[in-house]
Design a protein. Sequence first.
Length: 254
Amino acid sequence: MSILDRFRLDGRLALVTGAASGLGAAIAVALAEAGASVACHGNRRPADETSERIRAMGRKSLSFVADLGRTDGANTLYAAVETGMGKPDILINNAGTIHREAAEQYGAEAWAQVLQVNLSSVFRLCQLASISMLEQRRGKIINIASLLSFQGGIRVPAYAASKGGVAQLTKALANEWADRNVQVNAIAPGYFSTDNTTALRNDEVRSRQILERIPAARWGEPEDLAGAAVFLASPASNYVTGEVLVVDGGWLSR
């Protein structure tokens, strides 16, 4: 098998959460371009547009809706995907939410919601996907972490806690499943142009401060994450596990 062939995903089924737009949509399309069939999840609205783009390539794709803010959301989603397309060989836990508020005023409901979407549902989907992956001794799980897996941030205590948890969960699962040929890794995006960063990009002062620190001198675009996702989903990364791969234009190196 040539090195380029090792990046192919033909015959694989991927489940990408939060695929209606932004990073999730870019990842879903990239996996399809590499040959995978893709189950595209939307948290509150269908990921129909992403699925349509994938089907236009001649790949199989269906759109699913499930609220991962509910404790039964992950179960509902996985059951629907299994019924509609089969058991995923690749799981991309991309869906996430954020709530900005001063720590001393941060409400219990907001805290619980962010942790449910960003961490608890991630763990549950990993559990569900692992059953068939461990059985067939082949699988790829990619969790979307954050720069706040390493840093504390400001006014986002639940988000920082959840993303720190995602990084540690990734390592814990990698340790348990590596000897059965299931690789668990994470990608930690830097500052990207997505819905979650709209407020920051619209804040002239904060946007300038952020851009001044990024060596690449620009916000990331969703497509900038595509290569890392395909690599970690493919046989090219079979000896990579427990890694938190930072894609940040050099932010953490400064």
